[in-house]
Structure formats: C-alpha cells, structure tokens
Design a protein around this ligand. Sequence first.
Ligand code: ADP
Length: 192
Amino acid sequence: MFIVIIAGPPGSGKGTQAQMLAENMGFVHISTGDILRREIEAGTELGKIAKARIDDGNFVPDSVACEMIVNVFKTHTDTTGFVFDGFPRTFSQCGAFEEILIPYNTLPDIFIELKVPESELEKRLLNRNSVLPRPDDSDISIIRHRFRLYEEKTAPINEWYKSKGIYTSINGDGDVNQVFERIISVLPEKIK
Ligand code: ADP
C-alpha cells in the first residue's frame, strides 16, 4: 500500500492536486478538512466539536484528527494506496500516524510540500471564498492566522519527513496542470 502526503499552506492547492493524483493512480484521496466540513454539515457530534475551531482558523485536537484517520483505514480495506491532504498537520500527528500504520505494515512513501508565495495564497483564498464560501476563508485576519499556524505547527513537520528521507518540495505557483506535472516527476518509480 502506497502512502502519499501532499502538504502546503492554506490555498497552496493541495486539495486539487491530491484529488488529481489519487484519480490518476487509482488511490483513495483523504482530505481531513473535507471530512470535517461534511461532519459539520451533517451536524454530528464530531462536527459540533470541529465547527467553532475551524471557523476561527484553528486546528481540531490531534486526538480527533487521528481518530478520523483510524476510521479511514477501517473503511478502505482494499485500496492500493492513499493520498492524504491536511494530515498530518503537527508533530504529534506524525508520530501517531506511524502507530496507526503499524498493523498495515507500511509507512508514508513520499511527503510533498507545495510552495506558493503568501501574496498569491491570499489572492487564491479570497477568490475561492467568492466561488465557494467558507467561514475560514471569508476574513483576512482568519486567513492570516491560518498562515501563522501553518508556519508554527505544520511547516516544522518537514524536518520529520526530511529525517526519514521522503521530503520533497514543489513549486506550487502556476497552472494546475503544470504543478501536477511537477508532482508526477518527483514520484518514486515504484509508485508510477
Ligand atoms: P486549508 O487549505 O486551510 O489547509 P483544509 O480543508 O485542509 O484547509 O482544512 C480546514 C480546517 O480543518 C483546518 O484549518 C483545521 O481547522 C481543520 N483540520 C483539517 N485537518 C486537520 C488536522 N489534521 N488536524 C487538525 N485540524 C485539521
């Protein structure tokens, strides 16, 4: 089973690229943000816990994110691979992910960080909000708070994956298809 992680700040296009990659490879795309937004929509207990935090641009607790991932593996028992977007997001989630993967005898194969200048990210998020409104995209101070959280809590996990030898960064600025080509070009041979 192959595990690809697509990372990057809010607006970097990780959702779009993760979905394209999963379709291309026949893998399952898992976006923890999408799962949480569906739970909020459905008004579940998890959705209730998540709503205030997400709307304010904060993370849900690590335990909540990890439980979602445990369920993902219980649900998709016969896939050949996963593309994760939005998980792991903290050091604690990186460690927990390895534990979750023990029964499946696997580890992440590649971690791809999409890099995009912050001025471009702001433009993309405000534009996305005008097409598909989201409370956490509708206020510039919440958007900037998410950038800071990314820098403080998520970008440091690059070091974790660098130490495992699976970190790659990609220029995420440019056309969607161009960025996709760049991703395909860094995938390990065994996945292609
Ligand atoms: P973004 O483009 O802002 O990263 P996502 O759809 O990936 O958007 O995530 C939206 C929100 O969902 C995040 O700001 C956070 O509140 C919550 N979330 C998603 N994944 C996680 C996670 N692994 N751990 C904690 N919170 C998460």
